[in-house]
Ligand binder design. Structure first.
Ligand code: SF4
Length: 478
């Protein structure tokens, strides 16, 4: 998110994937269980949150082993690697880089040594006072190029006290978004920033405990959801059970974009399924932006629940007009020039017999730069659609995110400079309608003052010192 470079896409770039989340985190404390495999499957369920690198740290009580590499979870780990990662507790991470570059050194979990052993840490979110924090590091303590490495080094350098105490003192001074899982040789810790921007949940196994970014990751390892970790809460998990400590007052500002796009549809946030919220958003979208049409189709997969809701509310039939190749990922071979010109067809292809001669409503979750939607409109017209009406289940994304989502700089965001009518023209659509911020907020059932909505309204709940952010980027990235 901070880099603002390298993501300007080719107009029809099949690898332009829209907004990307920072990361997924997972932790397990469960003697007698195969914790590395549980972590593997937990990360597998969280793969959508980060696809550049994956890693697992494990301990059997005396030392921490970390294995991490670039690539998808299933590319990084196999049976033989997992077989070497034995222990009773583990943490895991899948990453999309929002600070620091996409290189092996920046993969997580990070590992630092302390006076009494090791400390491994995995982070979802983005800190906004990293430069200020980095000044406190002892010279040569770390080659930190990410906010996460600075945080790990600071926790590790205070070796005179239990990690739990060091964390409780350090975390109130850390600003930004952080859902953390960390561990020493014997104990699992989890913490969430006072605003609770990114999700983090606790689950129960028969013989232990699990912490994960989303409830869907609990389901996949057979853990029963216990509760969300509170904003400003630090958990310590060992043979004495789960202990909770509050290091800051909770000022909840959960990320609204989790509901729109980031979280899995089978995840629950604040007791409500994300799928149900997205369907309701679609219904509201139909109420706010009705249109005469023959068929409602989603941009798969993320537009699907809102398209279902739009169809239900409007009475217009729902259908699949676009087929997605789910296997187009960031780690794939760059297409040759000829294939690149086919662009988005690598990722999405229209079903000609479904869309031909139809007035279509195309429902998508968000518009960032507009390249994908422009290509979809063109492709559907070429396939014979007579009208293409675009409906978006989030308000215009007009502001960058400083809390861990890689949208783009404001200049790259199409809604940063164009009006809705101008965007409609730019996409070549017959009409364009975005859900209102109020409509989206209502569908979540969470009060507006408990949500971060900054990418839609520019009101940043954790004040961002842009100079400070820019300065640190320069220091670490040149
Ligand atoms: S700015 Fe947007 S994406 Fe970032 S945390 Fe806030 S709501 Fe979420």
């Amino acid at each position: 998110m901070l880099k603002g470079d390298g993501h300007l896409s080719h107009d029809l770039d099949p690898l332009d994937q829209g907004p990307k989340d920072a990361c997924g985190v997972f932790g397990v404390w469960a003697p007698g269980e195969d914790v590395s495999k549980l972590t593997y499957y937990g990360l597998y369920a969280l793969q959508h949150r980060g696809q550049e690198s994956a890693g697992i740290a494990v301990s059997e009580g005396t030392r921490i082993l970390v294995y991490k590499d670039m690539g998808l979870v299933a590319q990084v780990f196999d049976e033989s690697v997992l077989g070497t990662l034995r222990g009773h507790l583990a943490i895991g991470h899948c990453r999309y880089s929002t600070t620091g570059s996409s290189v092996w050194e920046n993969a997580q979990p990070t590992l630092n040594s302390t006076d009494v052993g090791g400390l491994a840490l995995a982070h979802n979110g983005n800190l906004i006072n990293t430069g200020e924090l980095a000044v406190r590091l002892a010279p040569g303590a770390t080659r930190a190029t990410t906010d996460t490495e600075v945080l790990t080094a600071l926790l590790a350098q205070d070796g005179s006290r239990p990690i739990e105490d060091a964390a409780a003192e350090l975390l109130p001074q850390v600003r930004g978004a952080y859902s953390l899982v960390f561990m020493n040789e014997t104990t699992l810790f989890a913490a969430r920033d006072p605003q609770g921007v990114r999700p983090l949940v606790l689950g129960r196994l028969e013989r232990g405990w699990v912490v994960a970014s989303e409830t869907a990751a609990l389901d996949i390892v057979g853990a029963v959801f216990t509760r969300e970790i509170e904003p400003g809460e630090l958990l310590t998990i060992d043979e004495r059970g789960v202990r909770s400590r509050r290091f800051a007052l909770a000022e909840p500002k959960g990320c609204l974009f989790e509901y729109v796009y980031l979280a899995r549809p089978d995840t629950s946030i604040a007791g409500r399924g994300v799928q149900a919220t997205r369907v309701e958003v679609g219904r509201q979208l139909a109420r706010e932006h009705p249109v005469d049409a023959d068929l409602v189709i989603p941009t798969p997969e993320s537009g699907t629940p809102a398209a279902i809701g739009y169809a239900e509310q409007s009475g217009i039939p729902y259908g699949q007009g676009l087929v997605k190749n789910s296997y187009v990922g960031r780690t794939f071979i760059q297409p040759s020039q000829t294939i690149r010109q086919l662009g988005i067809r690598l990722k999405l292809n229209p079903l000609r017999e479904i869309v031909q001669g139809k007035r279509l409503v195309v429902v998508d979750d968000s518009i960032v730069r507009g390249n994908t939607q422009r290509a979809i409109v063109k492709m559907l017209r070429e396939a014979g659609a007579t009208e293409v009406h675009v409906r978006i289940s989030s308000p215009p994304v007009s502001w960058p995110c400083f809390y861990g989502i890689d949208f783009a700089t404001r200049a790259e965001l199409i809604a940063g400079s164009l009006t809705v009518d101008e965007i409609c023209d730019s996409l070549g659509a017959d009409s364009l309608g975005y859900i209102s911020l109020e409509g989206l907020t209502q569908a979540t059932t969470i009060p507006a003052n408990r949500l971060c909505r900054a990418c839609f309204d520019g009101d940043y709940p954790i004040p961002v010192d842009q100079d400070q952010v820019g300065k640190y980027v320069l220091e670490v990235k040149v």
